[in-house]
Ligand binder design. Structure first.
Ligand SMILES: Cc1cc2nc3c(=O)[nH]c(=O)nc-3n(C[C@H](O)[C@H](O)[C@H](O)COP(=O)(O)OP(=O)(O)OC[C@H]3O[C@@H](n4cnc5c(N)ncnc54)[C@H](O)[C@@H]3O)c2cc1C
Length: 375
């Protein structure tokens, strides 16, 4: 199912994470910082930015290869995978799928190389799970567009060179490319986060932001545009969350083998092994589901509701595994000396973004019953 090229690509991403991320991540996390510009260039060289897209400097890999890259990146840190997901699956995908040829030429090659960074502004302070209520508005003024509104919780916001902003117009929701530095556009960083600390999260404030007519993404009309982008990013999370869980389990098994309790390794107790067996089982089942979803995406038969199933399962099980591993580490588990509590805290964000668990349960509930229970 996984060919040699895909395995080689996965190994290259793992090597990058081992060399570049693992030695630094605890410090970045503690400081609440990530050297996004430097890393973006390195990730561009690695070929993972927009890797599953074709043309415009993108690698054009299979969906499974992209998923396995997300697995390895998130084994390093969910913040790293978020950087790559937002760049490739939200910002680049929106331009690639809905942009004009000029917009694609202008942004995609530089974004694939990590020379330009993108963000994706859909969520607002009062509208997260229900983006249809958005208040950000774009009105025509002659040939120009004028945007007003606030977006919230936007990954890469204050470091982005271009923001994909979704706004209500007289013709429904449309997407706009807002370059950094446009007068009236600011992106203050959100601080005091206790999850996804090694990731930039920002507000986007649009105050009479004037854009030329060609700033609009011509091919996206209505909410289906941004929702299709979210589906792309969710696909990466199906694999990514399992990467975080795998890192927790691997770390904890190694710890339990060397930690002596009552004169015996912790790993040699039946109670510990039962926990490991159950976690290994859930990880394995989650991986099989992820690979099946990946194979269906590559075959062109994947339905967005199946991605919901995968996101719900991967994140839920990853959180359970991270928590169990944290407790096996005892007091050591509460420090950044081990990656487990960092993954555990990160996964709380992953649970919430790209559709909360409840939203995905409601999507699956509708499939099972035929009744929409969102309202
Ligand atoms: C670190 C981080 C990064 C993010 N990055 C981005 C980004 O780059 N771009 C972007 O646009 N957004 C981003 N988001 C926002 C994210 O997508 C939203 O937080 C998410 O959609 C949830 O919205 P909310 O926080 O407003 O919660 P709410 O929608 O207010 O939900 C609150 C609770 O209500 C539950 N709920 C919602 N609807 C129902 C219902 N019908 N029935 C029962 N329960 C329900 C939810 O599951 C949740 O538990 C990010 C969020 C975080 C935390």
């Amino acid at each position: 199912m996984i060919d040699d090229d895909t395995r080689a690509l996965q190994a290259a991403v793992r090597g990058f994470v081992d060399r570049r991320i693992r030695p630094e991540i605890a410090t970045w996390y503690e400081d609440g910082s990530l050297p996004v510009r430097e890393l973006a260039l390195e990730l561009g060289q690695l070929g993972v930015l927009g890797m599953h897209l074709g043309g415009y400097g993108c690698a054009g890999t299979s969906a499974v290869a992209y998923g396995l890259a997300c697995f390895e990146l998130e084994a390093g840190d969910s913040g790293l995978r978020s950087l790559v997901s937002v760049q490739g699956s939200l910002a680049m995908y929106a331009i690639w799928r809905f942009g004009s040829e000029e917009q694609k030429q202008q942004w995609l090659p530089r974004m694939a190389a990590g020379e330009a960074i993108g963000c994706f502004g859909l969520t607002e302070p009062d509208f997260g799970s229900d983006p249809a209520g958005m208040r950000t508005r774009a009105r025509r003024d002659g040939d120009d567009w004028v945007l007003d509104g606030t977006k919230m919780w936007i990954t890469n916001g204050s470091v982005a060179d271009v923001a994909v902003v979704w706004a209500r117009t007289d013709e429904g929701v449309r997407g706009f490319l807002v370059p950094a530095g446009t007068p009236g556009f600011t992106a203050p960083e959100i601080t005091r986060k206790l999850s996804l600390r090694a990731s930039v999260t920002s507000e986007l404030v649009l105050d009479d932001v004037r854009l030329p007519a060609d700033a609009m993404l011509p091919e996206a009309a209505g909410l289906s545009g941004p929702l299709s982008c979210l589906n792309e990013a969710r696909f990466g999370i199906v694999f990514g969350a399992l990467g975080a869980a795998h890192d927790c389990l691997e770390t904890t098994i190694a710890y339990a083998r060397s930690r002596l309790i009552f004169d015996k390794p912790l790993a040699a107790y039946q109670a510990t092994q039962l926990k490991f067996a159950d976690m290994g089982l859930e990880l394995g089942k989650g991986m099989l589901l992820a690979l099946q979803i990946g194979a269906m995406k590559d075959a062109g038969t994947l339905d967005h509701r199946q991605v919901s199933l995968g996101k719900l399962n991967s994140v839920r099980e990853a959180i359970a595994i991270a928590r169990e591993c944290r407790s096996i580490l005892g007091a050591a588990g509460i420090t950044l000396d081990y990656p487990v509590i960092r993954h555990s805290a990160n996964l709380e964000s992953v649970l919430t973004y790209e559709g909360t668990s409840e939203v995905h349960q409601l999507i699956i509930g509708q499939v099972l019953t035929g009744h929409a229970a969102f309202k």
